[in-house]
Ligand binder design. Structure first.
Ligand code: SF4
Ligand code: SF4
Length: 231
C-alpha cells in the first residue's frame, strides 16, 4: 500500500473497482496518519509491526513516482523479512489479515483512481512522538537518538564520496558505529526496545548507506565501510 501500482495507473480508464490482486500490499506497508492513532493506542496494531523512515532518508514518493529524501518522518507498517511486502499481507489468500482495522491509507487506495490517496502523501502523518504516550520514557530515547545519531545529508552524499572519499568514508564510519553502539545499549537495557527497534530508532545507518555503494564489514567490535563507485 506504499505505492500506487504502475499497472493501476495504466488501467485507470477500464478498471472501476478493486480486483483484489494484492499488488499494492507488496509495494510497501501503509504510512500511518492521524486518523490511525487509535489503532495504535488500542493495541490493534502493535508497535513492533511498525518501521520508521526518518526525515531525510530516501524513500519512494508516490506523488512524484521517484525515490527522494523525505521531508517529514514517516511511520509505516513494516515489511516481511527483507521484503517490502506488508507484514499483514497473506500471499495465499492475497488478502489483508487486519482488513477490518487496516489504516486510512489502505482504505483510501483505489489504484485505478489514485487522486484521493495521492492527496494523503506527507499529509497529517504520525511521527514516533505522536504515537508514544506523552509520559512514556521512550520519548526521551527517540529524542536522544535523533540528536546523537543524526543522519548524513543523503542528497549530497554521492558528491561528497566522489570529491573526498577518504574523509567522507571516515566520517560515515564514525556515524555508523555511534548509531550501532546506541542501539546495542538501548536493546540491552530494554526488552521493549528490542521488540520495537525499527519503530523507535528506524533502520540502522549502515543499511541506509548500502544503496550509495558503501559496503559494510566487521573488524573487531567495529563496522568498517568500503566505497565502490556505483556504475
Ligand atoms: S487496489 Fe485492489 S486492484 Fe488495485 S493494486 Fe490494490 S488490490 Fe490490486
Ligand atoms: S494493512 Fe492490509 S491492506 Fe494495508 S498494506 Fe497491509 S495487507 Fe495491504
Amino acid at each position: 500500500m506504499g505505492l500506487v501500482p504502475a499497472t493501476g495507473r495504466k488501467n485507470r480508464v477500464r478498471q472501476t473497482s478493486c480486483k483484489q490482486c494484492g499488488i499494492c500490499c507488496t509495494k510497501g506497508g501503509a504510512a500511518l496518519h492521524g486518523e490511525d492513532l487509535f489503532l495504535l493506542r488500542e493495541g490493534l496494531i502493535p508497535r513492533q509491526d511498525l518501521i520508521t523512515i526518518r526525515k531525510g532518508e530516501f524513500a519512494h514518493n508516490p506523488r512524484t513516482d521517484r525515490v527522494q529524501p523525505t521531508k517529514v518522518e514517516i511511520v509505516k507498517l513494516r515489511g516481511t523479512g527483507t521484503e517490502w511486502t506488508c507484514c499483514y499481507y497473506d500471499p495465499l489468500t492475497r488478502g489483508c489479515s487486519i482488513y477490518e482495522k487496516r489504516p486510512l491509507a489502505c482504505k483510501t487506495l483505489k489504484c485505478w483512481d489514485p487522486e484521493e490517496s495521492l492527496a494523503l502523501v506527507e499529509t497529517d502523518l504520525l511521527s514516533r512522538l505522536d504515537i508514544l504516550e506523552e509520559d512514556e520514557p521512550l520519548q526521551e530515547l527517540v529524542r536522544a537518538h535523533n540528536s546523537t545519531c543524526s543522519l548524513p545529508d543523503f542528497v549530497s552524499l554521492s558528491r561528497a564520496l566522489e570529491e573526498d572519499t577518504e574523509q567522507t568514508v571516515a566520517d560515515l564510519e564514525a556515524s555508523v558505529n555511534t548509531d550501532l553502539s546506541f542501539r546495542n545499549k538501548a536493546v540491552e537495557d530494554s526488552e521493549v526496545v528490542l521488540r520495537e527497534e525499527l519503530f523507535l530508532l528506524g533502520r540502522p545507518l549502515f543499511q541506509l548507506l548500502q544503496p550509495f555503494g558503501l559496503h559494510v564489514f566487521q573488524e573487531g567490535n567495529c563496522l568498517r565501510l568500503q566505497w565502490k563507485r556505483n556504475t
